[in-house]
Design a protein around this ligand. Structure first.
Ligand SMILES: C[S@@+](CC[C@H](N)C(=O)[O-])C[C@H]1O[C@@H](n2cnc3c(N)ncnc32)[C@H](O)[C@@H]1O
Length: 223
């Protein structure tokens, strides 16, 4: 279900490294995690395609895929795109050199299925990089206070789509919903897909006590 269709204009107005501190940190870390091209790099669940310019500067030819036509209308100004479900990519096995994804583990029905699909379309030696909100400190159960502390409530590991909770407020997540996935679920998806984990990255806002982003990198090895 393309839940972002109705919110794409808003998403375009707030997201992206030049508009948003978190997105700026993510953009830099994502490029470090995936490394440099040349080659084809898929951005799965690309949204409005805000990370394409940085990936291109790193030498990749980037193709964006998303399930929301609304998001892709903005993304296509930044990169070539296709409407596709991340869990069923319209590509043959071993077709691409890299796959990246950002901020989708809290949206997709099965993160395991998405990473398995990424692994299927990667060539041997191809690279995978993922970054999203930190599973331990950001989510419906994690109430962020203005002084920078976070109060953790019950709900860690509840991966149902929810629209309210102490960590949600009245922003976009109250409209499109959010699933929480644990640290084990995020790292496990990479390992379950048969990818070899090569890096883990945490990132935190300046002056704040806790990381709000988690990133991983992995490589596809011959089976
Ligand atoms: C929070 S946005 C992240 C967008 C972008 N990656 C970014 O970092 O700005 C989540 C995106 O995942 C997309 N999405 C959700 N489920 C999907 C699926 N099964 N296949 C492809 N895209 C999906 C949504 O349409 C939305 O654009």
């Amino acid at each position: 279900v393309a839940r972002y269709d109705a919110h794409a204009q808003w998403y375009e107005s707030v997201s992206g490294p030049e508009r948003n501190e978190l997105s700026h940190r993510l953009d830099i870390a994502l490029a470090e995690l995936v490394g440099t091209g040349p080659g084809w790099c898929l951005d799965v669940g690309c949204g409005t395609g805000v990370h394409a310019p940085t990936l291109r500067r790193a030498g990749w030819r980037v193709l964006g895929l998303d399930i929301s036509m609304g998001q892709l209308r903005f993304a296509r100004e930044r990169l070539p795109v296709a409407l596709a479900d991340a869990a069923r990519l319209p590509l043959p096995a071993g077709a691409v050199d890299a796959v990246v994804a950002t901020h989708i583990h809290t949206d997709v029905e099965s993160f395991d299925a998405v990473v398995a699909e990424a692994a299927r379309v990667l060539r041997t030696g191809g690279r995978f990089a993922y970054m999203g909100v930190h599973p331990c400190f950001v989510g419906p159960f994690a109430e962020r206070a203005s002084n920078g502390t976070t109060v953790l409530h019950s709900g860690y590991g509840n991966d149902e789509l929810v629209f309210s909770g102490p960590g949600i407020g009245d922003g976009i997540r109250s409209k499109v919903g959010v699933r929480h996935r644990t640290l084990q679920a995020v790292l496990g998806a990479v390992l379950n897909a048969g990818l070899e984990l090569t890096g883990v990255r945490e990132s935190q806002p300046p002056g704040r006590p806790l990381p709000d982003l988690l990133g991983v990198s992995a490589v596809s090895r011959a089976s």
